[in-house]
Design a protein around this ligand. Sequence first.
Ligand SMILES: Cc1cc2nc3c(=O)[nH]c(=O)nc-3n(C[C@H](O)[C@H](O)[C@H](O)COP(=O)(O)OP(=O)(O)OC[C@H]3O[C@@H](n4cnc5c(N)ncnc54)[C@H](O)[C@@H]3O)c2cc1C
Length: 358
Amino acid sequence: MPDRRHLLLIGGGHAHVEVLRQFGEAPLPGWRVTLLTREAHSPYSGMLPGVIAGLYRPAQALIDITALAARCGVGLVLDRATGIDPAARRVRRADGADLAWDLLSIDTGATPDTSTPGAAEHALPLKPIDALLPRLQALADGRSVAVVGGGAAGFEVALALRRRAPVALVAGASGLLPGFPEALRQRAARALAQRGVTLVAGRNVAAVAPGALHFVDAPTLRAAALVWATGAAAAPWLAETGLSGTGLARDARGFLVVDECLRARPDIFAAGDVASFPGGLPKAGVFAVRQGPVLAANLRAVAAGQAPRPYVPQTDYLRLLSLGDGRALGTRNGLVFGGRWVWWLKDRIDRRFIARYQ
Ligand SMILES: Cc1cc2nc3c(=O)[nH]c(=O)nc-3n(C[C@H](O)[C@H](O)[C@H](O)COP(=O)(O)OP(=O)(O)OC[C@H]3O[C@@H](n4cnc5c(N)ncnc54)[C@H](O)[C@@H]3O)c2cc1C
């Protein structure tokens, strides 16, 4: 059917797997759908610390994109997008080929901010996660590790790695778990101390060298392996795409500006970490997950010539942090809690999420 219009989805992130699932249940009449994504398995980051800690097998935390796309009647291209030409409505791929689209949706996530000198060359970034897992597994047991980044990901990964190596967590100037309630931050610091993770808080890393973190006003910290888990930055391919005169805008950090309906332009949607939502949202998977059903409904509406509806972010959400040993800490609405039952809850939520797509 040569006259069918084309919806192109870039990135197999948390929002797009839901779009695929919904289009599998009810196809888009008159449209063919293609997913262009980097790899055949999309990792679910919520379970990654559990994989590192040995609580899950890697396969348990992966969504088989090839199988999901086939089941949902969506075409699949395994490649990397390297640029968008919004005027010509084409997306460039790493292998040099182009893909044309009538409607585009982007869910390619973010990348760790490795702007500190030497970080990109000498530290192991947490993303892409598929590249991280084999490299982490190659770390010889017992060698010392320094994890840089005091947010949720750095905290969980430091505790997960502690099961196999001496670990220092470098939390930077904003300290451990900025943005979390004070009571949770204190419990988290105690959890690190009880498990033998050294916390280095209060100063940012100034430069990275092989096996060494340099500070302006403190002694160099040495470790056999350096893991980089600092805040999210926009992926270089997006920053390098020339957008002037295309009706698309990026925010100060390089993320794609969208409106309340997740639209960057009438024919381009974006969701998850790659999108800059009005008023700003934390770069957290929970938002990408919640945007999935709205994105699916809006793509369906626009494909049928109807108006999209706004996405309304939740004002507070349940945040759960694995301690790497079958316990977890959690917070919601200012309440702070912890223990084995919190891990049980996190495990249940994560397994239920991934089962929808496996
Ligand atoms: C260790 C760790 C633990 C975390 N734990 C939590 C947690 O417990 N709760 C929480 O809310 N958040 C957590 N986060 C944050 C969470 O991972 C992100 O916010 C979330 O993954 C964002 O989802 P997304 O859909 O935007 O993109 P992603 O999940 O990053 O998916 C992006 C997809 O796009 C593909 N892609 C990327 N670039 C291209 C390209 N150029 N071309 C084609 N395809 C591309 C990738 O292969 C991937 O499939 C954690 C992060 C880490 C690193």
